[in-house]
Every structure is written in structure tokens, then in C-alpha cells.
Design a protein around this ligand. Structure first.
Ligand code: PHE
Length: 340
């Protein structure tokens, strides 16, 4: 054993490595519990007293030598890497920060807000977790009415009165309860519907709704406002049409279509070969809704409308798959220039 100890001591002394890998192999070979020195200590335990006397001291010294060598090499390595860390050329130009851009849905939202702000609308906000009354009942949805089925959503089991709002119309109710007319406001926000019917859609989307309540507000105001919006949003040549429709909270109600921007009326898959694309729902606020909010329908009238931000964005940028908007794929998102 004596010979081996001498040989290993020499080897330890000769090591002068200072790379991370070679330091690690040094540690494995000499320092670790499975290393050669530990091995010798195992053998030492089995020796007779006589033999132990002969090699004990040398073996202990070998252990100390290996440990101090390891420490020394480690220090060398540390100082080398910290020297490398300060080895920076300060005269080089800085690495440029990557500049992000606005999300396409936000670009559209800001554009819509800009258009309506110029018409004197302000912006209102409200909760996404709502109670039945603000989302349905106050909006003239009778209990068990099939219109509720069209807007199935997510309810909270422990408290069936609470739900994720299906439209931002809840903000209209909150606004009319809080503020007396004249009211001229738009409500952008996220809404939820329990519908997995299309592989291209999610259970949530974004809306902008609008509300105008004052004395003598008429259907002509509604038409002119939305016509102006469509021209500002899509260009002067856009055509617009109103189709009779039904919403519990408006009477009369109308669906608003614009002429197809993609085929210009020739017929394509986006407009399902009709030449028209639906962009919003609208109508005159139902007297029951005004009453539910403490506004006298004999004195005041109003119009309301609601549109999906995804749909408007889809027509602006020709994106067909709505899931892309919420997947956070940077390759998709960086294609939109932040110009509102
Ligand atoms: N709240 C309706 C929806 O989400 C849209 C709408 C708003 C229709 C206002 C008419 C008036 O479908």
C-alpha cells in the first residue's frame, strides 16, 4: 500500500488543471466517497495493527494533500471565471432591446375606442364575474327563456347566481343604475360562452358594446352612428345594411352587416357567398330595461349595439383561426405593426 500512496501523492502534486471538467474528474478520482483514497481507507480498516502503523500517517497525509490541492485548483478556477466575467469591451454598442408591439385585438380595440370617442362616447368597465340579474334578468331575459340558451356560460357551482358574463351588456345595466341620462358610453371587455362547437373558436372572446340614452334618441341616430363607425373602420366605400333580428333587451332589434371586404360582393368563403358579413347586433333599448334601471322610458329612449373584437380584427387582418389570438405565439403576434 505504501507504494501506491507514494505514487498517488506524486500524481496529486503534478495536477495543475483548471478547467471545470478536469477539476470534476480530479474530485471524482481523489476526493469523492468512491474515489481511490476512500478505497485505500476501506482497505486500511481491514489491516492488522502492525501494518496500520506503517501506512497510517502516509495515508492521512495523502488525504490532506488531495484536499488542499482540490481547494487550490478550485480557487484558481473561480478567479479565472471572475476574470473572464469582467473581460467586457465597454466600447461596444449595447445589445438592442427587442421592441414588442400591441396585440392585434388591442389594436382593434383602441381603433374602435378612438372612433367612438370622437363621437362623444366615453369608455366604461365592469366585472367579468357577474350575477344573473346584471347579465340576464335586468336585460329583460325572462327566467327559462330560450334566449338564455343562446348565451350558455360558466356558472359557479356553490353559488348558482354567479356566472362569467356572456356579453358586456352587464356594464350597460351598471352604468344606467349609477348615472342618469344623458349616457353615451362604450364598453370593451372579455366575455365567455360555453360553446366548443367550432374548432376555430374558444370559450371566450372580446366585445365592444355601446349605449346612448337621452331624450329623443331614435333609430335614425343608431343607423347614422354605426354607418359612420363602419366608414371610419373599413373605409369610405363600405356599404352597410340592417337586418331585423331579436334580442330581449332591444326593440326593435337589428343585425348589422357590412359589404364583404374580401370579395367586394362577388361571393367568397368569408361572407359565405352572400357578399355581406355580420359585424354587430343593435337595437333600441327595451323600455323594460330602462325601467329596471330606474330610468323613465316615457321620458328617455336609447340605442345599444354590440360587436365582437375578434370578428372586426379578422376582417381587418384576414386571420381565419380565432385561436391564434390567445395562443401567445410570438411568430403570429409580431406580424402586427403597432399602428392604430
Ligand atoms: N349583447 C349582444 C350579444 O352579445 C349584442 C347586442 C348589444 C345586441 C346591444 C344588441 C344591442 O349578442
Amino acid at each position: 500500500m505504501q507504494e501506491l500512496i507514494t505514487k498517488l501523492s506524486e500524481e496529486v502534486n503534478q495536477v495543475s488543471t483548471t478547467t471545470k471538467d478536469s477539476l470534476e474528474s480530479f474530485r471524482l478520482r481523489f476526493i469523492s466517497k468512491k474515489g481511490q483514497i476512500a478505497q485505500l481507507f476501506e482497505e486500511f480498516k481491514e489491516m492488522s495493527g502492525e501494518e496500520k502503523k506503517k501506512v497510517g500517517k502516509a495515508l492521512n497525509e495523502l488525504k490532506k494533500l488531495a484536499e488542499s490541492k482540490f481547494k487550490e485548483l478550485q480557487e484558481q478556477l473561480d478567479s479565472k471565471s471572475s476574470a473572464a466575467a469582467v473581460d467586457i469591451d465597454l466600447s461596444l454598442p449595447p445589445v438592442a432591446d427587442a421592441i414588442g408591439n400591441l396585440h392585434p385585438l388591442n389594436l382593434t380595440r383602441y381603433k374602435i375606442i378612438q372612433i367612438f370617442e370622437r363621437l362623444g362616447f366615453n369608455v366604461s368597465d365592469g366585472p367579468e364575474i357577474e350575477d344573473d340579474w346584471h347579465n340576464f334578468s335586468a336585460l329583460n331575459f325572462p327566467d327559462n327563456h330560450p334566449a338564455r340558451e343562446m348565451q350558455d356560460t360558466f356558472f359557479i357551482e356553490k353559488n348558482p347566481d354567479m356566472l362569467l358574463r356572456t356579453h358586456t351588456s352587464n356594464v350597460q345595466i351598471r352604468l344606467m343604475q349609477k348615472q342618469k341620462p344623458p349616457i353615451r358610453s362604450i364598453m370593451p371587455g372579455r366575455v365567455y360562452r360555453n360553446e366548443a362547437i367550432s374548432a376555430r373558436a374558444h370559450c371566450f372572446f372580446h366585445q365592444v358594446e355601446g349605449l346612448y340614452v337621452d331624450k329623443n334618441v331614435s333609430f335614425a341616430d343608431l343607423k347614422q352612428t354605426l354607418y359612420h363607425f363602419a366608414k371610419e373602420m373599413y373605409g369610405k366605400d363600405i356599404q352597410i345594411r340592417f337586418r331585423p333580428s331579436f334580442f330581449p333587451f332591444t326593440e326593435p332589434s337589428a343585425e348589422i352587416d357590412i359589404s364583404c371586404l374580401i370579395c367586394h360582393g362577388e361571393g367568397c368563403t368569408v361572407c359565405k357567398h352572400s357578399g355581406w358579413v355580420e359585424i354587430a347586433g343593435s337595437g333600441m333599448v327595451h323600455p323594460n330595461v330602462l325601467k329596471n334601471c330606474g330610468i323613465d322610458p316615457e321620458e328617455y329612449t336609447g340605442f345599444a349595439f354590440g360587436m365582437g373584437i375578434e370578428r372586426v380584427t379578422q376582417l381587418r387582418y384576414r386571420v381565419n383561426d380565432l385561436r391564434l389570438y390567445s395562443e401567445n405565439d410570438i411568430r403570429f403576434l409580431k406580424q402586427f405593426k403597432s399602428v392604430i
